[in-house]
Design a protein around this ligand. Structure first.
Ligand code: ZN
Length: 133
């Protein structure tokens, strides 16, 4: 089932760029989750910050997490999916963000499950934390 995604919350994109910076020179990877069809959550995978195992391989090991796609960083700064990335993309949803070093505002792209670049909007939305009451 492919879910429609309206865009990504600016706060979430900023978070992704921050985590990428703090993880550098290692890779980080996570799964993207939506609220009201907007990407607002990143589930960072345990262990990906150690850099000992390829972050993309870690994503393969996640059992049936519900997500609309994935995100991972490329310390090499090449913002283009690798062969391993393409295999991953086809399994985990239809929105895959790659961020490249130096992880600035424009150092990211989004791809669909086939690895074709797609445009997603960055939205100024307020994220309500409904977990804490
Ligand atoms: Zn990659």
């Amino acid at each position: 089932m492919k879910k429609a995604v309206k865009g990504i919350a600016r706060e979430t994109l900023d978070f992704i760029l921050e985590v990428s910076k703090s993880t550098y020179p290692n890779e980080f990877a996570g799964l993207l989750q939506t609220r009201d069809d907007i990407i607002t959550d990143v589930l960072i995978l345990p262990g990906t910050e150690s850099g000992k195992v390829s972050a993309t391989l870690q994503l393969f090991m996640m059992p049936n997490m519900s997500s609309v796609g994935s995100v991972h960083s490329h310390p090499s700064s090449v913002i283009h999916p690798s062969h391993a990335d393409l295999r991953l993309f086809s399994k985990t949803g239809n929105h895959h963000i790659i961020v490249g070093h130096p992880y600035g505002k424009n150092n990211w792209k989004c791809f669909n499950a086939k690895g074709e670049e797609i445009r997603i909007d960055v939205l100024d939305v307020e994220i309500e934390d409904d977990e804490i009451l």
